[in-house]
Design a protein around this ligand. Structure first.
Ligand code: BGC
Ligand code: NOJ
Length: 813
């Protein structure tokens, strides 16, 4: 194998990934902020900030798909004599004597050294505050006195990130700022309907500033050589229209050995309608002053940072494993959980692959993200479930996406994805099992956010199940609608017009026979959960009604969904098989194998084992399991977007990491620990990090949505990092199925599924008001718990009944 260059390494003790070369194969980013105020930051300090919604409330500007890549961000320029450099190497790209970027839990620290000066910047968003802190520490390690000229830089976005990119005839005349002392205020559109503004502050006196981009940069210069910086002279420009920015100019003298801190704050403020102005045209700065006062010294900032670290300590103490294998431990204890928080916060909205303007919160996406997050902060998960359910329609269908700022369903994309409703059961059940909080089922939740339309959340779950039952096709299998989980399997679309969106175009659907085996499996899995829930809350009749529907679905799959060696994927509009040995291409698909094996459909007839074997035989490759095989080589009009992708990418035979865990869980349920493990390790970032940093390209500390499959030009190359359902599914897989600690209504179930080489390991699990220290002795077994000893006494079965307090559990397999 070609020796892969390395760009960084894990530092588990500090829970950081340390990047030691700024020229990573793609920007390697991190997320700042936990609620409301968020930032994306790359390893060279590129990226942007927003409040709640990356589309509607963008604070700073970003240019996607730029040349060079990742241009624009929060930049510090240091002019030391004739040398101008940045701590994060970009944008000047002056070679540094030392560079390091440490991405940690909601913070990033970038350090550069040049000619005896060290500049280290700590970036984070303090808990419950609407601002990004940038604490810059300048140190003179040389034996000479240093006279430095320091310029900060931020570029304002004109709030709506979509119109900011396109409506220049208006935008170039709307920009407005105010300057007060060391604070630059951005108040574009504040004069009219907006009640919010942003500011950029530094806690020291400044010797100059700039707020007009062209004056600061120069029309024919770049971020790499802004005129003001190159000449060492700020212009004190005041932006009127055009492109407002914020840049402070500070003259810094450092004696040998001396070090100075500067606290920069990028803040966001909302005012009441009747308190917007303190004088005509002058914004009310009271709240900004108050926020600044909370963070105007190094001590205050350090305290806020310590609080953030404690917050993460507490979150990551909820589920901890010690296996002795640092590749597992670091993913389980740090990075997988961290990525779950990030996907919970952003759904699929804002990353370096999601522009922030296209997609808000996905109905199915957010429900899945919940299972990776619910143990972390249950009250936020609870609110999320209510928000999601509020975008459902009375017939059980739902908006496919909603905007985080307004929480309203997104009309551009609409509904009609027939898997969506089932996911509400998936998310809600996970929440109740974690918390024991059945009261959520009695919450009154509207349809399509319409006041007066409220019914209980339980009713929403019921109509979700019914939506599937009421939309069955000729084989009594679920009709697919616009698509199921696979957004690109558009079986009612029939498009020859490249200007049509595959997702929203449905050219024919009357009389469709397009059915989905993926929804069938999903319905059986979530249906069983629904039945158990109904029994639990004393709704025996409803349980019986749905059990029958589940049984019928199982029969329909066995009769019409089995292809001999694997489960079919779907029937097309005309009722022809998709994902069958009879097909010319794409004979087998992963999604139905995952869901039907998790549902254990036909296990007694050997279907599950055969399906799992077929996944190994036809889908598995060096980097994971591909989505379908063989890949489509030509566009199939009847199938929609799926075959629009070249071979090996995305939904056409890419390794769509999200669905690998479905098969892995299927393996675990079937008790095949060796197979489960080998599939899991292939897409586990820590293993990929060790071998393939260059090939993989994207961040090695998190999962990406897609890795190029075996039919692609560069198998193993990753794309769409961070915002993917893979995070939650990897978490579910390892925490509940491999390590085997699974919340149930009445307690914790312990039922691991391991490779036969597994050593003893310990999980410390906080669960409701209890903490369990669980030690598992696998003794070479892949599956099957022989005995559980709870606090010294053996118990029956695999469920530890929940009681508050501290407990020790010994598990022998
Ligand atoms: C992508 C999908 C995505 C969909 C909706 C498609 O082009 O392949 O992964 O979910 O667009 O935005
Ligand atoms: C990405 C979407 O966010 C997700 O909802 C979908 O299931 C996958 N793409 C597969 O198409």
């Amino acid at each position: 194998m070609e020796q892969q260059k390395r760009y960084g390494h894990f530092d588990d003790q500090h829970r950081e990934y340390v990047i030691t070369d700024p020229q990573t194969p793609w920007p390697w980013i991190n997320y700042l902020g936990n609620e409301d105020f968020f930032s994306l930051i790359s390893n060279t300090a590129g990226g942007y900030s927003f409040y709640k919604d990356a589309k509607f409330r963008r604070i700073t500007r970003y240019r996607y798909n730029n040349v060079p890549m990742d241009n624009g961000g929060r930049y510090f320029y240091i002019k030391d004599g004739d040398t101008v450099w940045n701590p994060g190497w970009k944008p000047c790209k002056t070679p540094l004597d030392f560079y390091e970027c440490r991405h940690g839990m909601s913070y990033t620290r970038i350090t550069g050294r040049k000619n005896g000066v060290e500049a280290s910047v700590l970036f984070f968003v303090p808990l419950k505050k609407w601002c990004e802190v940038q604490k810059l520490t300048l140190t003179n390690n040389s034996s000479d006195t240093k006279q430095l000229k320091l310029f900060s830089f931020e570029e304002w976005c004109l709030w709506n990130a979509a119109t900011d990119m396109e409506n220049f005839q208006r935008n170039f005349s709307t920009g407005e700022v105010e300057i007060e002392g060391s604070t630059i205020y951005h108040k574009t559109e504040y004069r009219e309907r907006r009640n919010h503004y942003a500011f950029y502050h530094v806690n020291t006196e400044i010797q100059g500033f700039d707020t007009d981009r062209e004056t600061f940069v120069g029309l024919y210069n770049e971020f790499a050589d802004p005129q003001a910086v190159m000449e060492g002279k700020p212009r004190n420009s005041h932006a009127h229209g055009w492109s407002p920015i914020a840049s402070h100019y500070i003259e810094v003298t450092l004696q040998p050995g001396e070090s100075k801190d500067f606290v920069f704050l990028l803040g966001y403020i909302e005012n009441e309608q009747d308190e917007k102005f303190e004088a005509p045209q002058v914004i009310n700065k009271k709240k900004a002053h108050a926020l600044i006062a909370e963070l105007d010294t190094t001590e205050k900032v350090d305290k806020a940072f310590a609080e953030l670290c404690e917050y993460w300590d507490a979150l990551l103490n909820i589920y901890k494993v010690h296996t002795g294998n640092d590749k597992i431990d670091r993913m389980v204890n740090i990075w997988n959980q961290y990525q779950c928080m990030v996907t919970f916060n952003f759904s699929r909205s804002a990353s370096f692959f999601e522009s922030g303007v296209g997609r808000g919160m996905g109905f199915r996406d957010s429900n899945q993200d919940l299972v990776g997050f619910v143990h972390q902060i249950p009250p936020r998960a609870r609110q999320r479930i209510i928000d999601i359910a509020s975008t459902q329609f009375p017939d059980g269908g739902c908006y496919h996406q909603y905007q985080p700022l307004t929480k309203r369903g997104n009309n551009d994309i609409g509904g009609g994805f027939n898997d969506d409703p089932c996911w509400l059961i998936f998310g809600t059940v996970a929440y109740i099992k974690e918390t024991g909080d059945f009261s959520i089922l009695d919450e009154m939740v509207p349809f399509d956010n319409q006041p007066g339309s409220e019914v209980t959340l339980f009713e929403h779950l019921k109509i979700s199940m019914d939506h599937v039952i009421k939309n069955l096709g000729p084989h009594m299998l679920p009709l697919i609608g616009r698509a199921d989980w696979n957004d690109c399997l558009n079986l009612n679309c029939f498009s020859w017009d490249p200007n049509e969106s595959f997702q929203t175009t449905e050219n024919v659907s009357e009389g469709t026979k397009a059915e989905s085996l993926m929804i069938a499996g999903l319905f059986v899995v979530t249906g069983k959960d629904y039945v158990a829930l109904c029994k639990k809350i004393g709704k025996a009749d409803e349980a019986a009604r749905m059990q029958q529907a589940v049984d019928e679905m199982i029969e329909a799959v066995k009769k019409h969904g089995w292809d001999g060696e694997w489960y079919l994927r779907a029937y097309d509009f005309y009722g022809r098989k998709i994902g069958s040995n009879e097909c010319e291409e794409a004979k087998i698909f992963i999604e139905s194998q995952g869901w039907c094996t998790m549902a254990e459909i036909g296990a007694e007839d050997g279907m599950v084992a055969k399906s799992l074997d077929s996944c190994k035989k036809y889908l598995e490759c060096e980097h994971g399991m591909v989505l379908n095989n063989p890949a489509f080589t030509k566009y199939i009009y009847e199938y929609g977007e799926i075959s629009s992708y070249p071979e090996g990418y995305k939904e056409n035979a890419g390794i769509f990491c999200h669905n690998n865990p479905w098969v892995i869980i299927g393996e675990c349920i079937a008790g095949r620990g060796n197979d489960a493990w080998s599939h899991y390790a292939k897409i586990l970032p820590s293993y990929v990090e060790e071998k393939y940093q260059t090939l993989h390209k994207v961040e090695p500390y998190v999962n990406c949505q897609m890795v190029a499959g075996k039919d692609a030009a560069r198998p193993g190359e990753g794309k769409n990092s961070w915002l993917t359902g893979t995070a939650a599914w990897m978490w579910l897989t390892v925490s509940q199925y491999i390590l085997g600690v699974k919340p149930q209504y009445d307690g914790l179930q312990i039922d691991p599924c391991l490779p036969d080489t597994a050593n003893d390991y310990t999980v410390v699990r906080q669960f409701r008001e209890a903490e369990y220290t669980i030690t598992v002795h696998p003794n070479g077994h892949q599956k099957g718990v022989k005995q559980i000893v709870l606090d010294g006494s053996a118990i029956d079965g695999t469920i530890i009944p929940y009681t508050p307090g501290n407990h020790t559990v010994e598990v022998t397999m």
